[in-house]
Design a protein around this ligand. Structure first.
Ligand code: ATP
Ligand code: MG
Length: 352
């Protein structure tokens, strides 16, 4: 029997509430198949840990995590710990150390999910974002000059290496080819006159290797507008770290809300563990109330199943989410219902 070792970093706020439900779903799936099981190990890292130890995770945290097949993450960040610390010391660190350079975020309106857009058909909202996840605007390079003085200047550099840019764009082309869908590149070469000119150039170069894949290219501002006005023109989308971050929050809003939006941080070479997480944050405003929507975490669990090669189980979980949405009876308050986090997950488990 295959035994998958999963590191669980439930994190802060609603993180533990939603991840706990995702774990139940994964266990349910494993119970249906005698060929594999999941072995979960919990790490108490996050802002509470920071309050006690002055750091978000153990010093040897990365070494420890290396031994796992995947990481299942809730959310990190809580009032009292500056966001840039909680993010850099844990989430971005894991993404970079484990070369999880692909962030896959489906912006897909599931059956039964409600969009905030008017006049669109459900099928029109079926985008697959492939976001660069380890460099670009989030490279962490910069300088703070003359701090606190009147002539203060702050520099925040973007880093687009040829290797980093080629590999994400190539991954996107491979995905588009495999799915038989078009690929859209989103950049901003008119204003970002180094980084995005380079990005567009690499996109052009690599597209020559994929004559069978239909391509399009948009400026990020236009893309934001078009995602609202005419989302059907996008299928597979490749974009930079920052643009992907912003556009997928917009994507969540048009595809059923932030409580439903899932993401996978993938190391395609599988040399290091990949990480699965809802795209939402720790939501301090609703933490501890038992009303957080667990569907985003459950969808990420479905992505994990796909990643391990159990696509039919992944689909079964996604089908269960759709069925729950169609029933429209057991939903958390963010989706207009009155159910609790665990009631939603329990129904998903029944439907599976
Ligand atoms: P981050 O900086 O980590 O992205 P954030 O503060 O920008 O975090 P979230 O924590 O995602 O944003 O919360 C934004 C809003 O969405 C909050 O009002 C929160 O209550 C709501 N929200 C987020 N996730 C969920 C969820 N799973 N279920 C219900 N509401 C949610
Ligand atoms: Mg946010």
């Amino acid at each position: 029997m295959k035994n998958y070792k999963i590191a669980v970093i439930a994190g802060d706020g609603i993180g533990p509430e939603v991840i706990g439900e995702g774990v139940k779903v994964l266990n349910k799936v494993a119970a249906m198949d005698s060929g594999f099981r999941f072995d979960f190990t919990y790490f108490p890292w996050g802002c509470e840990f920071y309050a006690k130890h002055g750091k978000m995770m153990d010093d040897n945290g990365i070494e420890t995590l290396k031994e796992f097949d995947a990481i299942y993450l809730g959310a990190v960040g809580f009032p009292g710990v500056p966001d840039h610390i909680s993010l850099w010391d844990l989430l971005l660190r894991i993404r970079k150390e484990f070369k999880q350079y692909v962030n896959i975020r489906p912006v897909q309106l599931l059956k039964g999910a409600k969009t905030s857009l008017v006049d669109v058909k459900r099928e029109d909202i079926n985008l697959l974002f492939i976001r660069e996840n380890t460099e670009g605007e989030y490279a962490g390079a910069g300088e703070w000059l003359f701090k606190g003085q009147p002539n203060e200047v702050v520099l925040q550099n973007s880093v687009f290496s040829r290797k980093g840019t080629e590999r994400i764009i190539r991954y996107a082309f491979e995905t588009a080819r495999k799915e038989g869908r078009s690929l859209t590149s989103i950049s901003k070469a008119n204003a970002l006159n180094y980084s995005m000119v380079f990005w567009d150039q690499v996109f052009e170069e690599i597209s020559a290797e994929y004559p069978d894949v239909e391509t399009a290219s948009y400026l990020v501002d236009a893309a934001a507008m078009l995602m609202v006005k005419d989302p059907k023109r996008f299928e597979v989308v490749v974009t930079s770290n920052l643009f992907g971050d912003i556009l997928t929050d917009l994507g969540a809003a048009i595809a059923g809300g932030i409580g439903l939006a899932a993401g996978a941080n993938i190391n395609p070479e599988r040399k290091y563990p990949s990480m699965f997480e809802p795209i939402h944050g720790s939501a301090p405003d609703i933490a501890g109330k038992g009303i957080a929507n667990p569907l985003a975490s459950i969808w990420s669990a479905s992505q994990m199943l796909d990643f391990f090669g159990y696509e039919s189980y992944g689909k079964q979980v996604l089908d269960a989410i759709e069925e729950l949405l169609i029933e429209s009876k057991i939903l958390t308050p963010d989706m207009g219902g009155t159910a609790s986090t665990s009631e939603v997950a329990d129904r998903i488990i029944d439907l599976i």
